[in-house]
Design a protein around this ligand. Sequence first.
Ligand SMILES: Cc1ncc(COP(=O)(O)O)c(C=O)c1O
Length: 380
Amino acid sequence: MTEPIAFTRAVQVGGELENMQTAMESGHTSSGGPFSTRAAELVEQATGARDALLTTSCTTALELSALLLDLQPGDTVIVPSYTFTSSALAFAREGARILFCDIEPETLGPDPASVAELLDDTVRAVVVVHYAGVAADMDGLRAVLADRPDVAVVEDNAHGLFGRWRDQPLGSLGRFATQSFHDTKNIVCGEGGALVLNDEADDARAWVLYEKGTDRRAFFQGMVDKYSWRDTGSSFALAEVLAGYLTAQLEHAESIQARRKAIYDAYTEGLAPYAGELGFSLPVVPDHCVPAYHLFHLLMPDHETRTRVMAAMKDDGIQTTFHYVPLHSAPAGVRFSARETECPVSTDISRRLLRLPFHNALSDADVERVMASLTAAMRG
Ligand SMILES: Cc1ncc(COP(=O)(O)O)c(C=O)c1O
Protein backbone atom coordinates (compact mmCIF):
# COMPACT_ATOMS: atom_id res chain seq x y z
CA MET A 1 0.00 0.00 0.00
CA THR A 2 1.48 3.37 -1.01
CA GLU A 3 1.76 6.12 1.59
CA PRO A 4 -0.96 8.79 1.47
CA ILE A 5 0.17 12.25 0.36
CA ALA A 6 -1.21 15.04 2.55
CA PHE A 7 -2.37 18.35 1.09
CA THR A 8 -0.45 20.40 3.65
CA ARG A 9 1.93 19.75 6.51
CA ALA A 10 3.90 22.01 8.84
CA VAL A 11 7.58 21.11 8.69
CA GLN A 12 10.19 21.89 11.35
CA VAL A 13 13.49 23.24 10.09
CA GLY A 14 15.61 23.06 13.24
CA GLY A 15 15.91 25.28 16.28
CA GLU A 16 12.19 25.57 17.04
CA LEU A 17 12.17 23.36 20.13
CA GLU A 18 15.44 24.80 21.45
CA ASN A 19 14.11 28.35 21.14
CA MET A 20 10.84 27.44 22.82
CA GLN A 21 12.71 25.76 25.63
CA THR A 22 14.98 28.79 26.02
CA ALA A 23 11.93 31.06 26.25
CA MET A 24 10.30 28.80 28.84
CA GLU A 25 13.43 28.52 30.96
CA SER A 26 14.05 32.27 30.80
CA GLY A 27 10.91 32.91 32.81
CA HIS A 28 9.72 35.37 30.14
CA THR A 29 7.04 33.44 28.27
CA SER A 30 4.63 36.30 27.50
CA SER A 31 5.08 38.77 24.64
CA GLY A 32 7.92 41.22 24.11
CA GLY A 33 11.00 39.11 24.89
CA PRO A 34 14.13 38.70 22.74
CA PHE A 35 12.58 36.19 20.31
CA SER A 36 9.65 38.56 19.74
CA THR A 37 12.10 41.36 18.95
CA ARG A 38 14.13 39.17 16.58
CA ALA A 39 11.09 37.71 14.76
CA ALA A 40 9.59 41.19 14.30
CA GLU A 41 12.93 42.42 12.87
CA LEU A 42 12.95 39.53 10.39
CA VAL A 43 9.38 40.33 9.28
CA GLU A 44 10.40 44.00 8.88
CA GLN A 45 13.39 42.98 6.74
CA ALA A 46 11.23 40.71 4.57
CA THR A 47 8.58 43.35 3.95
CA GLY A 48 10.66 46.53 4.13
CA ALA A 49 8.28 47.74 6.85
CA ARG A 50 8.81 50.53 9.37
CA ASP A 51 7.53 48.27 12.13
CA ALA A 52 5.97 44.81 12.56
CA LEU A 53 3.71 43.95 15.49
CA LEU A 54 3.53 40.19 16.08
CA THR A 55 -0.03 39.01 16.62
CA THR A 56 -1.79 35.78 17.45
CA SER A 57 -3.01 35.39 13.85
CA CYS A 58 -3.53 37.18 10.54
CA THR A 59 -7.16 37.54 11.62
CA THR A 60 -6.21 39.54 14.72
CA ALA A 61 -3.74 41.60 12.63
CA LEU A 62 -6.66 42.45 10.32
CA GLU A 63 -8.75 43.34 13.38
CA LEU A 64 -5.99 45.65 14.58
CA SER A 65 -5.87 47.28 11.13
CA ALA A 66 -9.65 47.74 11.30
CA LEU A 67 -9.30 49.51 14.68
CA LEU A 68 -6.60 51.78 13.21
CA LEU A 69 -9.00 52.84 10.46
CA ASP A 70 -11.35 54.22 13.13
CA LEU A 71 -14.39 53.15 11.14
CA GLN A 72 -17.63 55.09 11.67
CA PRO A 73 -21.26 54.13 11.03
CA GLY A 74 -21.93 54.35 7.30
CA ASP A 75 -18.33 53.55 6.33
CA THR A 76 -17.68 50.74 3.88
CA VAL A 77 -14.67 48.60 3.02
CA ILE A 78 -14.13 46.95 -0.38
CA VAL A 79 -13.12 43.29 -0.03
CA PRO A 80 -12.72 40.68 -2.78
CA SER A 81 -15.40 38.03 -2.67
CA TYR A 82 -12.83 35.31 -3.30
CA THR A 83 -10.91 35.33 -0.01
CA PHE A 84 -10.91 33.97 3.53
CA THR A 85 -13.67 35.20 5.87
CA SER A 86 -11.20 37.17 8.03
CA SER A 87 -10.47 39.64 5.19
CA ALA A 88 -14.07 40.88 5.57
CA LEU A 89 -14.93 39.81 9.11
CA ALA A 90 -12.36 42.06 10.77
CA PHE A 91 -13.96 45.20 9.27
CA ALA A 92 -17.54 44.00 9.70
CA ARG A 93 -16.83 43.53 13.45
CA GLU A 94 -15.89 47.21 13.66
CA GLY A 95 -19.26 48.15 12.19
CA ALA A 96 -18.26 48.77 8.57
CA ARG A 97 -20.48 47.45 5.80
CA ILE A 98 -18.66 45.40 3.20
CA LEU A 99 -18.70 46.02 -0.56
CA PHE A 100 -17.66 42.78 -2.21
CA CYS A 101 -15.70 43.27 -5.42
CA ASP A 102 -14.97 40.62 -8.00
CA ILE A 103 -11.52 39.21 -8.76
CA GLU A 104 -9.72 39.35 -12.08
CA PRO A 105 -9.28 35.95 -13.67
CA GLU A 106 -5.47 35.82 -13.98
CA THR A 107 -3.95 36.79 -10.62
CA LEU A 108 -7.25 36.10 -8.77
CA GLY A 109 -6.71 39.35 -6.84
CA PRO A 110 -9.26 42.21 -6.66
CA ASP A 111 -10.30 43.39 -10.13
CA PRO A 112 -9.56 47.13 -10.52
CA ALA A 113 -12.61 47.56 -12.78
CA SER A 114 -14.86 46.08 -10.12
CA VAL A 115 -13.24 48.25 -7.40
CA ALA A 116 -13.79 51.33 -9.62
CA GLU A 117 -17.48 50.51 -9.93
CA LEU A 118 -17.92 50.24 -6.16
CA LEU A 119 -15.82 53.23 -5.13
CA ASP A 120 -18.02 55.91 -3.61
CA ASP A 121 -17.76 58.43 -0.76
CA THR A 122 -18.47 55.82 1.91
CA VAL A 123 -15.37 53.72 1.09
CA ARG A 124 -12.58 53.93 3.69
CA ALA A 125 -10.35 51.03 2.63
CA VAL A 126 -9.70 48.40 -0.02
CA VAL A 127 -8.43 45.00 1.08
CA VAL A 128 -5.93 43.56 -1.41
CA VAL A 129 -5.27 39.82 -1.29
CA HIS A 130 -2.25 38.54 -3.21
CA TYR A 131 -3.72 35.15 -3.99
CA ALA A 132 -1.26 32.25 -3.71
CA GLY A 133 1.47 34.85 -3.12
CA VAL A 134 1.30 36.40 -6.60
CA ALA A 135 0.75 40.17 -6.51
CA ALA A 136 -2.67 41.48 -7.41
CA ASP A 137 -2.93 44.02 -10.27
CA MET A 138 -1.38 46.85 -8.25
CA ASP A 139 -0.93 49.12 -11.29
CA GLY A 140 -4.65 48.88 -12.01
CA LEU A 141 -5.65 49.31 -8.36
CA ARG A 142 -3.35 52.31 -7.90
CA ALA A 143 -4.78 53.94 -11.03
CA VAL A 144 -8.32 53.49 -9.69
CA LEU A 145 -7.36 54.89 -6.27
CA ALA A 146 -5.15 57.71 -7.60
CA ASP A 147 -7.72 60.41 -6.75
CA ARG A 148 -8.63 58.86 -3.40
CA PRO A 149 -5.69 59.21 -1.00
CA ASP A 150 -8.25 58.97 1.82
CA VAL A 151 -8.89 55.30 0.94
CA ALA A 152 -6.42 53.01 2.73
CA VAL A 153 -4.98 49.97 1.00
CA VAL A 154 -4.82 47.07 3.44
CA GLU A 155 -2.75 44.21 2.06
CA ASP A 156 -4.05 40.92 3.38
CA ASN A 157 -0.65 39.35 2.79
CA ALA A 158 -1.47 36.00 4.42
CA HIS A 159 -0.14 34.23 1.30
CA GLY A 160 2.48 36.71 0.19
CA LEU A 161 5.49 36.88 2.53
CA PHE A 162 8.66 36.95 0.33
CA GLY A 163 6.68 37.57 -2.87
CA ARG A 164 7.60 40.66 -4.92
CA TRP A 165 5.87 43.12 -7.24
CA ARG A 166 8.05 45.29 -9.50
CA ASP A 167 10.94 44.41 -7.23
CA GLN A 168 9.16 45.62 -4.10
CA PRO A 169 8.20 43.20 -1.34
CA LEU A 170 4.55 42.24 -0.94
CA GLY A 171 3.57 43.74 2.38
CA SER A 172 5.12 47.11 1.47
CA LEU A 173 2.45 48.22 -1.00
CA GLY A 174 -0.33 49.46 1.29
CA ARG A 175 -0.80 51.52 4.44
CA PHE A 176 -0.69 48.26 6.40
CA ALA A 177 -0.19 44.60 5.60
CA THR A 178 -1.15 41.55 7.60
CA GLN A 179 0.81 38.28 7.73
CA SER A 180 -0.15 34.75 8.77
CA PHE A 181 2.03 32.13 10.45
CA HIS A 182 -0.77 29.58 10.74
CA ASP A 183 0.50 26.06 10.24
CA THR A 184 -0.70 25.93 6.63
CA LYS A 185 1.57 28.82 5.66
CA ASN A 186 5.19 28.89 4.38
CA ILE A 187 6.54 30.13 7.73
CA VAL A 188 4.68 28.76 10.73
CA CYS A 189 4.42 28.89 14.52
CA GLY A 190 1.15 27.04 15.09
CA GLU A 191 -1.04 30.12 15.07
CA GLY A 192 0.51 33.54 14.58
CA GLY A 193 0.55 36.68 12.48
CA ALA A 194 1.84 40.22 12.20
CA LEU A 195 0.62 43.70 11.41
CA VAL A 196 3.14 45.43 9.18
CA LEU A 197 3.11 49.25 9.33
CA ASN A 198 4.18 51.30 6.33
CA ASP A 199 2.97 54.76 7.38
CA GLU A 200 4.66 56.70 10.15
CA ALA A 201 1.33 58.27 11.13
CA ASP A 202 0.14 54.87 12.44
CA ASP A 203 3.15 54.04 14.63
CA ALA A 204 2.10 55.47 17.98
CA ARG A 205 -1.59 54.54 17.93
CA ALA A 206 -0.92 51.03 16.64
CA TRP A 207 1.14 50.26 19.75
CA VAL A 208 -1.55 51.63 22.07
CA LEU A 209 -4.26 49.50 20.45
CA TYR A 210 -1.90 46.52 20.54
CA GLU A 211 -1.14 47.01 24.25
CA LYS A 212 -4.79 46.76 25.41
CA GLY A 213 -5.40 50.45 24.90
CA THR A 214 -2.48 51.60 27.06
CA ASP A 215 0.75 53.53 26.44
CA ARG A 216 2.71 50.68 28.02
CA ARG A 217 5.24 50.67 25.20
CA ALA A 218 5.98 54.39 25.63
CA PHE A 219 6.44 53.67 29.36
CA PHE A 220 8.96 50.89 28.71
CA GLN A 221 10.77 53.20 26.29
CA GLY A 222 11.04 55.75 29.13
CA MET A 223 8.85 58.26 27.31
CA VAL A 224 6.18 58.48 30.04
CA ASP A 225 6.59 57.90 33.79
CA LYS A 226 3.56 55.63 34.17
CA TYR A 227 1.21 53.98 31.75
CA SER A 228 -2.54 54.33 31.62
CA TRP A 229 -5.63 53.53 29.58
CA ARG A 230 -5.63 55.76 26.47
CA ASP A 231 -7.78 54.25 23.74
CA THR A 232 -9.64 51.18 22.58
CA GLY A 233 -7.58 48.05 21.88
CA SER A 234 -7.19 44.41 22.78
CA SER A 235 -4.65 41.74 23.64
CA PHE A 236 -3.11 41.03 20.25
CA ALA A 237 0.46 40.00 21.06
CA LEU A 238 2.10 36.66 20.26
CA ALA A 239 3.59 34.86 23.29
CA GLU A 240 7.39 34.68 23.49
CA VAL A 241 7.26 30.85 23.40
CA LEU A 242 5.66 30.96 19.95
CA ALA A 243 7.92 33.83 18.88
CA GLY A 244 10.80 31.40 19.54
CA TYR A 245 9.21 28.88 17.16
CA LEU A 246 8.65 31.67 14.62
CA THR A 247 12.22 32.98 14.90
CA ALA A 248 13.67 29.58 13.99
CA GLN A 249 11.40 29.38 10.94
CA LEU A 250 12.15 32.93 9.79
CA GLU A 251 15.89 32.34 10.17
CA HIS A 252 15.54 29.40 7.76
CA ALA A 253 13.32 31.30 5.32
CA GLU A 254 15.80 31.02 2.46
CA SER A 255 15.89 27.22 2.47
CA ILE A 256 12.12 26.97 3.08
CA GLN A 257 11.41 29.23 0.12
CA ALA A 258 13.97 27.49 -2.11
CA ARG A 259 12.34 24.09 -1.57
CA ARG A 260 8.86 25.52 -2.18
CA LYS A 261 10.11 27.11 -5.41
CA ALA A 262 11.59 23.78 -6.53
CA ILE A 263 8.25 22.01 -5.97
CA TYR A 264 6.34 24.83 -7.70
CA ASP A 265 8.70 24.71 -10.69
CA ALA A 266 8.47 20.90 -10.89
CA TYR A 267 4.66 21.08 -10.98
CA THR A 268 4.73 23.86 -13.58
CA GLU A 269 7.26 22.16 -15.85
CA GLY A 270 5.73 18.70 -15.41
CA LEU A 271 2.14 19.77 -16.06
CA ALA A 272 2.55 22.45 -18.75
CA PRO A 273 2.79 19.91 -21.61
CA TYR A 274 -0.62 18.44 -20.65
CA ALA A 275 -2.58 21.64 -19.98
CA GLY A 276 -3.82 22.22 -23.54
CA GLU A 277 -4.59 18.56 -24.25
CA LEU A 278 -6.41 17.97 -20.94
CA GLY A 279 -8.07 21.38 -20.67
CA PHE A 280 -6.74 22.75 -17.38
CA SER A 281 -4.82 25.99 -16.76
CA LEU A 282 -1.72 26.62 -14.68
CA PRO A 283 -1.29 29.59 -12.33
CA VAL A 284 -0.51 32.88 -14.10
CA VAL A 285 2.58 34.73 -12.86
CA PRO A 286 3.01 38.14 -14.57
CA ASP A 287 6.63 38.91 -15.59
CA HIS A 288 7.00 41.67 -13.02
CA CYS A 289 5.98 39.37 -10.12
CA VAL A 290 7.98 36.91 -8.05
CA PRO A 291 5.58 34.52 -6.31
CA ALA A 292 5.80 33.72 -2.62
CA TYR A 293 5.21 30.07 -3.57
CA HIS A 294 2.42 29.71 -1.05
CA LEU A 295 0.16 27.29 -2.88
CA PHE A 296 -0.17 25.57 -6.23
CA HIS A 297 -3.55 25.71 -7.94
CA LEU A 298 -5.00 24.66 -11.27
CA LEU A 299 -8.20 25.71 -12.97
CA MET A 300 -10.19 22.73 -14.14
CA PRO A 301 -12.35 23.05 -17.28
CA ASP A 302 -15.55 22.74 -15.20
CA HIS A 303 -16.91 21.88 -11.77
CA GLU A 304 -17.79 18.28 -12.66
CA THR A 305 -14.23 17.55 -13.81
CA ARG A 306 -12.88 18.99 -10.56
CA THR A 307 -15.19 16.77 -8.48
CA ARG A 308 -14.25 13.70 -10.50
CA VAL A 309 -10.48 14.42 -10.41
CA MET A 310 -10.51 15.03 -6.64
CA ALA A 311 -12.30 11.72 -6.05
CA ALA A 312 -9.93 9.78 -8.33
CA MET A 313 -6.84 11.32 -6.71
CA LYS A 314 -8.27 10.51 -3.27
CA ASP A 315 -8.53 6.88 -4.38
CA ASP A 316 -4.81 7.12 -5.20
CA GLY A 317 -4.17 8.33 -1.62
CA ILE A 318 -3.60 11.96 -2.66
CA GLN A 319 -5.38 14.74 -0.82
CA THR A 320 -6.33 17.74 -2.97
CA THR A 321 -8.72 20.53 -2.11
CA PHE A 322 -10.72 23.46 -3.46
CA HIS A 323 -10.49 26.89 -1.85
CA TYR A 324 -12.76 29.78 -0.88
CA VAL A 325 -16.53 29.76 -1.11
CA PRO A 326 -17.36 33.28 -2.42
CA LEU A 327 -18.13 35.62 0.47
CA HIS A 328 -20.65 37.82 -1.36
CA SER A 329 -23.16 34.97 -1.47
CA ALA A 330 -22.37 33.43 1.96
CA PRO A 331 -25.04 34.04 4.65
CA ALA A 332 -22.84 36.40 6.69
CA GLY A 333 -21.57 38.06 3.50
CA VAL A 334 -25.15 38.97 2.62
CA ARG A 335 -25.77 40.13 6.21
CA PHE A 336 -22.68 42.36 6.46
CA SER A 337 -22.61 43.72 2.92
CA ALA A 338 -23.63 47.29 2.13
CA ARG A 339 -25.58 46.06 -0.87
CA GLU A 340 -25.77 43.11 -3.22
CA THR A 341 -22.93 43.04 -5.78
CA GLU A 342 -22.18 40.82 -8.75
CA CYS A 343 -19.02 38.69 -8.57
CA PRO A 344 -19.30 36.20 -11.45
CA VAL A 345 -15.56 35.50 -11.74
CA SER A 346 -15.33 34.65 -8.02
CA THR A 347 -18.25 32.24 -8.38
CA ASP A 348 -16.79 30.61 -11.48
CA ILE A 349 -13.25 30.28 -10.06
CA SER A 350 -14.51 28.88 -6.79
CA ARG A 351 -16.19 26.00 -8.66
CA ARG A 352 -13.15 25.13 -10.80
CA LEU A 353 -10.04 25.81 -8.70
CA LEU A 354 -8.15 22.76 -7.45
CA ARG A 355 -5.15 22.91 -5.10
CA LEU A 356 -2.48 20.21 -5.25
CA PRO A 357 -0.46 19.00 -2.24
CA PHE A 358 2.14 21.68 -1.55
CA HIS A 359 4.48 21.58 1.43
CA ASN A 360 8.12 20.98 2.25
CA ALA A 361 7.69 17.36 3.34
CA LEU A 362 6.91 16.39 -0.28
CA SER A 363 9.69 14.41 -1.96
CA ASP A 364 10.45 14.66 -5.67
CA ALA A 365 8.85 11.21 -6.03
CA ASP A 366 5.68 12.48 -4.29
CA VAL A 367 5.47 15.37 -6.77
CA GLU A 368 5.81 12.92 -9.69
CA ARG A 369 3.11 10.71 -8.15
CA VAL A 370 0.72 13.67 -7.77
CA MET A 371 1.21 14.68 -11.42
CA ALA A 372 0.78 11.12 -12.71
CA SER A 373 -2.41 10.69 -10.69
CA LEU A 374 -3.77 14.05 -11.88
CA THR A 375 -3.15 13.43 -15.57
CA ALA A 376 -4.55 9.88 -15.35
CA ALA A 377 -7.64 11.20 -13.53
CA MET A 378 -8.19 13.87 -16.15
CA ARG A 379 -8.02 11.32 -18.94
CA GLY A 380 -10.78 9.55 -16.97
C1 LIG B 1 -6.23 35.49 2.54
C2 LIG B 1 -6.29 35.07 3.98
N1 LIG B 1 -6.39 36.00 4.94
C3 LIG B 1 -6.44 35.69 6.24
C4 LIG B 1 -6.37 34.39 6.66
C5 LIG B 1 -6.44 34.08 8.14
O1 LIG B 1 -5.17 33.73 8.65
P1 LIG B 1 -5.02 33.27 10.18
O2 LIG B 1 -5.41 31.83 10.24
O3 LIG B 1 -3.57 33.49 10.49
O4 LIG B 1 -5.90 34.14 10.98
C6 LIG B 1 -6.25 33.37 5.72
C7 LIG B 1 -6.16 31.97 6.15
O5 LIG B 1 -5.71 31.10 5.51
C8 LIG B 1 -6.21 33.71 4.34
O6 LIG B 1 -6.14 32.77 3.38
